[in-house]
Design a binder for this molecule. Sequence first.
Ligand code: GLP
Length: 242
Amino acid sequence: MEVVVQPSAGAAVELVAEIIGREVQAKSRPVLGLAAGRTMEAVYARLVKKYRAERLDFSHCRTFNLDEYVGLTGADKHSYRHYMNRLFFNQVNINLRNTHLPDGAAHNPAAECEGYERLIHEAGGIDLQLLGIGQSGHIGFNEPPSDASSRTRVVTLAPETIQQNAPIFRMDTMPSRAITMGVGTILSARKCLLLAIGESKADIIRRTIEGPVSANVPASALQLHSHCIIVLDETAASALSG
Ligand code: GLP
């Protein structure tokens, strides 16, 4: 893993947006793996800025998001589809038909998961997978314990994830299950790019980077990936020994 510590949150976001921008420009048909969550909001804002100010072209991109809440349709304002359309897809020149998220409202979730894996495979696999990290150590919604060989499936959210994300749902009941790419699906991407910001992520970042590879810290499986960049601000890096 290559760990890059930036002096500020803004600089960390800028670097991640730059790496994504380079990937988008370098390939004739880039396949991006995308992530939701609060940390990524600034990344999408930066990419939208690059589209507007630097004419970064997304028209040839195909995207696959990591996860979606079970039970929510894309029209639900709490769904990750809604988040992605609002913050990114509707603000740039990407073809919405080339953007994919698992369907949280699918009648047959198991078939949905299998179909999602097939779609990624048919697209030629993911070139660059963007990742955040949850305080439980999850990537996507792979809660502990999640095996490094796991594939897209339905999972039950950890109590700390529900606690972490519940404020977004305010008065509404938060879903307790999600469809997520597996850790193995994520490791199949040609490159992984994880962004963590803030002191609340410092301990889980230390365990991810310096701890043993363990299903109890699903993000630690990234140590097994041959091309993984971890971008941190100084506070997220503050518990690292090296
Ligand atoms: C969410 C997403 C993850 C994301 C993580 C971090 O629950 N499913 O893919 O990486 O939690 O979220 P945040 O950036 O809000 O801390």
